[in-house]
Design a protein around this ligand. Sequence first.
Ligand SMILES: NC(=O)c1ccc[n+]([C@@H]2O[C@H](COP(=O)([O-])OP(=O)(O)OC[C@H]3O[C@@H](n4cnc5c(N)ncnc54)[C@H](O)[C@@H]3O)[C@@H](O)[C@H]2O)c1
Length: 243
Amino acid sequence: MLKNKVILIIGGSGLIGTKLVKAIYENGAIVIVGDKINNNDNNHEFFYLDITSEDDINKCILFIENKYSKLDAVVNLAYPRNKNHGNHFFDVSYTDFCENVNLHLGGYFLVLKLFSKYFLKQGYGNIISFSSIYGFLTPRFEIYQGTNMTVPVEYSASKSAIIHLTKYVAKYLKNKNIRVNCISPGGILDKQPEIFIEKYNKNCLNKGMLYTEDIVGTVLFLLSDNSKYINGQNIIIDDGFSL
Ligand SMILES: NC(=O)c1ccc[n+]([C@@H]2O[C@H](COP(=O)([O-])OP(=O)(O)OC[C@H]3O[C@@H](n4cnc5c(N)ncnc54)[C@H](O)[C@@H]3O)[C@@H](O)[C@H]2O)c1
Protein backbone atom coordinates (compact mmCIF):
# COMPACT_ATOMS: atom_id res chain seq x y z
CA MET A 1 0.00 0.00 0.00
CA LEU A 2 2.83 2.43 0.85
CA LYS A 3 5.67 0.75 -1.04
CA ASN A 4 8.73 2.99 -1.47
CA LYS A 5 7.08 5.94 0.21
CA VAL A 6 9.33 7.83 2.63
CA ILE A 7 7.32 8.84 5.68
CA LEU A 8 8.34 10.84 8.73
CA ILE A 9 6.41 10.16 11.93
CA ILE A 10 6.87 12.96 14.45
CA GLY A 11 5.94 11.79 17.96
CA GLY A 12 6.47 8.24 16.72
CA SER A 13 7.78 7.06 20.09
CA GLY A 14 4.50 7.56 21.96
CA LEU A 15 1.44 5.46 22.76
CA ILE A 16 -0.21 5.77 19.32
CA GLY A 17 3.04 6.55 17.47
CA THR A 18 4.81 3.23 18.14
CA LYS A 19 1.83 1.27 16.76
CA LEU A 20 1.63 3.58 13.78
CA VAL A 21 5.34 3.30 12.97
CA LYS A 22 5.09 -0.50 12.97
CA ALA A 23 1.99 -0.55 10.74
CA ILE A 24 3.39 1.94 8.23
CA TYR A 25 6.63 -0.03 8.01
CA GLU A 26 4.72 -3.29 7.53
CA ASN A 27 2.87 -1.65 4.64
CA GLY A 28 6.11 -1.15 2.76
CA ALA A 29 7.18 2.38 3.61
CA ILE A 30 10.55 3.65 4.72
CA VAL A 31 9.83 5.12 8.14
CA ILE A 32 11.77 7.83 9.93
CA VAL A 33 10.82 8.53 13.54
CA GLY A 34 11.24 12.15 14.65
CA ASP A 35 10.91 12.48 18.40
CA LYS A 36 12.67 13.59 21.57
CA ILE A 37 12.95 9.96 22.68
CA ASN A 38 13.59 6.74 20.78
CA ASN A 39 11.17 3.96 21.65
CA ASN A 40 11.09 1.97 18.43
CA ASP A 41 13.08 -0.98 17.12
CA ASN A 42 16.01 -0.72 14.75
CA ASN A 43 13.94 -1.14 11.58
CA HIS A 44 13.46 2.59 11.55
CA GLU A 45 15.67 5.59 11.26
CA PHE A 46 15.48 7.84 14.31
CA PHE A 47 16.10 11.57 14.15
CA TYR A 48 16.09 13.71 17.31
CA LEU A 49 13.51 16.39 16.75
CA ASP A 50 11.75 18.94 18.95
CA ILE A 51 8.75 20.41 17.11
CA THR A 52 9.24 23.74 18.85
CA SER A 53 12.69 24.14 17.29
CA GLU A 54 12.87 25.56 13.78
CA ASP A 55 16.50 24.46 13.68
CA ASP A 56 15.70 20.81 14.55
CA ILE A 57 12.99 20.63 11.90
CA ASN A 58 15.20 22.16 9.21
CA LYS A 59 18.03 19.76 10.11
CA CYS A 60 15.60 16.84 9.85
CA ILE A 61 14.39 17.98 6.42
CA LEU A 62 17.98 18.32 5.23
CA PHE A 63 18.87 14.88 6.59
CA ILE A 64 15.91 13.26 4.79
CA GLU A 65 16.63 15.13 1.56
CA ASN A 66 20.29 14.07 1.59
CA LYS A 67 19.63 10.46 2.49
CA TYR A 68 16.38 9.63 0.67
CA SER A 69 16.10 12.46 -1.92
CA LYS A 70 12.39 12.79 -1.19
CA LEU A 71 9.72 12.83 1.50
CA ASP A 72 6.23 11.61 0.65
CA ALA A 73 4.49 12.46 3.89
CA VAL A 74 4.83 13.69 7.43
CA VAL A 75 2.54 12.61 10.26
CA ASN A 76 2.70 14.79 13.37
CA LEU A 77 1.40 13.25 16.59
CA ALA A 78 3.78 14.86 19.04
CA TYR A 79 2.29 15.81 22.40
CA PRO A 80 4.45 18.54 23.94
CA ARG A 81 3.41 19.80 27.36
CA ASN A 82 4.96 21.22 30.52
CA LYS A 83 4.75 19.65 33.98
CA ASN A 84 1.60 21.61 34.91
CA HIS A 85 -0.38 20.53 31.85
CA GLY A 86 -3.75 19.01 32.68
CA ASN A 87 -4.78 21.09 35.69
CA HIS A 88 -8.40 22.04 36.28
CA PHE A 89 -9.48 25.30 34.64
CA PHE A 90 -9.23 27.55 37.73
CA ASP A 91 -5.80 26.11 38.57
CA VAL A 92 -4.25 26.93 35.19
CA SER A 93 -2.00 29.98 35.45
CA TYR A 94 -1.66 32.43 32.58
CA THR A 95 2.00 31.44 32.26
CA ASP A 96 1.25 27.72 32.03
CA PHE A 97 -1.61 28.30 29.59
CA CYS A 98 0.62 30.32 27.29
CA GLU A 99 3.56 27.95 27.61
CA ASN A 100 1.47 24.89 26.79
CA VAL A 101 -0.25 26.55 23.84
CA ASN A 102 3.15 27.74 22.61
CA LEU A 103 4.60 24.25 22.80
CA HIS A 104 1.64 22.39 21.35
CA LEU A 105 -0.02 24.74 18.87
CA GLY A 106 3.23 26.59 18.15
CA GLY A 107 4.98 23.30 17.42
CA TYR A 108 2.23 22.10 15.09
CA PHE A 109 2.34 25.47 13.31
CA LEU A 110 6.10 25.12 12.77
CA VAL A 111 5.76 21.60 11.38
CA LEU A 112 3.00 22.74 9.02
CA LYS A 113 4.98 25.75 7.86
CA LEU A 114 8.40 24.19 7.35
CA PHE A 115 7.19 20.96 5.72
CA SER A 116 4.81 22.91 3.46
CA LYS A 117 7.80 24.92 2.27
CA TYR A 118 9.77 21.77 1.58
CA PHE A 119 6.83 20.10 -0.19
CA LEU A 120 6.31 23.22 -2.29
CA LYS A 121 9.89 22.92 -3.53
CA GLN A 122 9.48 19.18 -4.08
CA GLY A 123 6.22 19.61 -6.02
CA TYR A 124 4.05 17.33 -3.90
CA GLY A 125 3.47 16.29 -0.30
CA ASN A 126 1.10 15.08 2.37
CA ILE A 127 0.79 16.38 5.94
CA ILE A 128 -1.30 14.74 8.66
CA SER A 129 -1.61 16.40 12.07
CA PHE A 130 -3.24 14.91 15.15
CA SER A 131 -6.02 16.87 16.81
CA SER A 132 -8.62 15.31 19.14
CA ILE A 133 -12.37 15.12 19.65
CA TYR A 134 -11.77 17.86 22.22
CA GLY A 135 -10.64 20.08 19.38
CA PHE A 136 -14.27 20.44 18.23
CA LEU A 137 -16.43 19.05 21.03
CA THR A 138 -17.34 20.83 24.27
CA PRO A 139 -15.88 18.87 27.16
CA ARG A 140 -18.01 16.17 28.74
CA PHE A 141 -16.88 17.17 32.26
CA GLU A 142 -19.42 14.84 33.88
CA ILE A 143 -17.57 11.69 32.81
CA TYR A 144 -14.42 12.87 34.66
CA GLN A 145 -16.19 13.23 38.01
CA GLY A 146 -14.68 10.99 40.68
CA THR A 147 -11.27 10.98 38.96
CA ASN A 148 -8.38 13.44 39.01
CA MET A 149 -8.62 13.81 35.22
CA THR A 150 -10.16 16.67 33.22
CA VAL A 151 -10.22 18.06 29.70
CA PRO A 152 -7.36 20.58 29.93
CA VAL A 153 -8.29 24.03 28.67
CA GLU A 154 -4.89 24.47 26.99
CA TYR A 155 -5.44 21.15 25.18
CA SER A 156 -8.86 22.21 23.84
CA ALA A 157 -7.43 25.57 22.76
CA SER A 158 -4.51 23.96 20.91
CA LYS A 159 -6.43 21.09 19.35
CA SER A 160 -9.28 23.28 18.04
CA ALA A 161 -6.73 25.60 16.47
CA ILE A 162 -4.95 22.64 14.83
CA ILE A 163 -8.20 21.73 13.05
CA HIS A 164 -8.57 25.25 11.74
CA LEU A 165 -4.86 25.56 10.86
CA THR A 166 -5.24 22.39 8.81
CA LYS A 167 -7.94 23.98 6.69
CA TYR A 168 -6.04 27.26 6.47
CA VAL A 169 -2.86 25.62 5.20
CA ALA A 170 -4.71 23.26 2.83
CA LYS A 171 -6.36 26.26 1.19
CA TYR A 172 -3.17 28.34 1.21
CA LEU A 173 -1.54 25.56 -0.81
CA LYS A 174 -4.23 25.49 -3.49
CA ASN A 175 -2.94 24.08 -6.80
CA LYS A 176 0.33 22.96 -5.19
CA ASN A 177 -0.38 19.22 -5.05
CA ILE A 178 0.02 19.10 -1.27
CA ARG A 179 -2.59 17.51 0.96
CA VAL A 180 -3.12 18.72 4.53
CA ASN A 181 -5.48 16.83 6.83
CA CYS A 182 -5.94 16.11 10.49
CA ILE A 183 -7.23 13.24 12.56
CA SER A 184 -9.29 13.58 15.73
CA PRO A 185 -9.28 10.43 17.82
CA GLY A 186 -11.53 9.81 20.78
CA GLY A 187 -10.15 8.41 24.03
CA ILE A 188 -7.59 5.62 23.77
CA LEU A 189 -7.46 2.97 26.49
CA ASP A 190 -4.43 3.64 28.67
CA LYS A 191 -5.05 2.42 32.22
CA GLN A 192 -7.73 5.06 32.96
CA PRO A 193 -9.84 4.50 36.11
CA GLU A 194 -12.65 1.98 35.63
CA ILE A 195 -15.29 4.53 36.74
CA PHE A 196 -14.20 6.84 33.89
CA ILE A 197 -14.12 4.10 31.24
CA GLU A 198 -17.61 3.01 32.17
CA LYS A 199 -19.04 6.53 31.81
CA TYR A 200 -17.03 7.22 28.66
CA ASN A 201 -18.23 4.02 27.02
CA LYS A 202 -21.90 4.85 27.62
CA ASN A 203 -21.49 7.73 25.12
CA CYS A 204 -20.18 5.45 22.35
CA LEU A 205 -22.11 3.51 19.74
CA ASN A 206 -20.46 0.08 19.68
CA LYS A 207 -17.01 -0.37 21.15
CA GLY A 208 -16.28 2.41 23.62
CA MET A 209 -12.73 3.60 24.26
CA LEU A 210 -10.41 2.65 21.43
CA TYR A 211 -7.18 0.72 21.20
CA THR A 212 -4.21 2.41 19.54
CA GLU A 213 -4.64 -0.11 16.69
CA ASP A 214 -8.06 1.40 15.92
CA ILE A 215 -6.40 4.62 14.73
CA VAL A 216 -3.93 3.01 12.35
CA GLY A 217 -6.24 2.20 9.39
CA THR A 218 -7.32 5.81 8.94
CA VAL A 219 -3.72 7.05 8.90
CA LEU A 220 -2.76 4.38 6.32
CA PHE A 221 -5.71 5.49 4.20
CA LEU A 222 -4.75 9.17 4.39
CA LEU A 223 -1.14 8.28 3.51
CA SER A 224 -2.22 6.24 0.49
CA ASP A 225 -3.33 7.35 -2.95
CA ASN A 226 -6.81 6.03 -2.12
CA SER A 227 -7.47 9.34 -0.38
CA LYS A 228 -6.02 11.51 -3.18
CA TYR A 229 -8.80 14.09 -3.05
CA ILE A 230 -9.31 14.25 0.69
CA ASN A 231 -7.82 17.62 1.56
CA GLY A 232 -8.31 20.11 4.39
CA GLN A 233 -10.39 17.64 6.40
CA ASN A 234 -10.66 16.61 10.02
CA ILE A 235 -11.32 12.86 10.23
CA ILE A 236 -13.00 11.80 13.48
CA ILE A 237 -12.35 8.31 14.91
CA ASP A 238 -14.39 8.01 18.12
CA ASP A 239 -17.02 5.27 17.81
CA GLY A 240 -19.65 8.01 17.79
CA PHE A 241 -18.66 9.48 21.19
CA SER A 242 -19.03 13.03 19.87
CA LEU A 243 -22.54 12.56 18.45
N1 LIG B 1 -4.07 9.01 23.65
C1 LIG B 1 -5.28 9.55 23.46
O1 LIG B 1 -6.27 9.17 24.11
C2 LIG B 1 -5.46 10.62 22.41
C3 LIG B 1 -6.77 11.00 22.08
C4 LIG B 1 -6.95 12.01 21.14
C5 LIG B 1 -5.86 12.61 20.56
N2 LIG B 1 -4.61 12.21 20.90
C6 LIG B 1 -3.48 12.90 20.26
O2 LIG B 1 -2.69 11.95 19.57
C7 LIG B 1 -1.32 12.33 19.62
C8 LIG B 1 -0.49 11.18 20.20
O3 LIG B 1 -0.97 10.88 21.49
P1 LIG B 1 -0.27 9.78 22.42
O4 LIG B 1 -1.30 9.35 23.39
O5 LIG B 1 0.40 8.76 21.57
O6 LIG B 1 0.79 10.70 23.18
P2 LIG B 1 2.16 10.28 23.91
O7 LIG B 1 2.40 11.28 24.97
O8 LIG B 1 2.13 8.82 24.29
O9 LIG B 1 3.25 10.43 22.74
C9 LIG B 1 3.62 11.68 22.26
C10 LIG B 1 5.03 11.62 21.71
O10 LIG B 1 5.40 12.97 21.40
C11 LIG B 1 6.75 13.16 21.78
N3 LIG B 1 6.98 14.59 22.01
C12 LIG B 1 6.62 15.34 23.09
N4 LIG B 1 7.03 16.60 22.94
C13 LIG B 1 7.67 16.66 21.73
C14 LIG B 1 8.32 17.69 21.01
N5 LIG B 1 8.40 18.93 21.51
N6 LIG B 1 8.86 17.40 19.81
C15 LIG B 1 8.80 16.14 19.30
N7 LIG B 1 8.19 15.12 19.94
C16 LIG B 1 7.64 15.37 21.14
C17 LIG B 1 6.93 12.32 23.04
O11 LIG B 1 8.30 12.03 23.27
C18 LIG B 1 6.10 11.09 22.70
O12 LIG B 1 6.88 10.09 22.08
C19 LIG B 1 -1.26 13.61 20.46
O13 LIG B 1 -1.24 14.73 19.63
C20 LIG B 1 -2.54 13.56 21.26
O14 LIG B 1 -2.99 14.82 21.63
C21 LIG B 1 -4.38 11.23 21.81
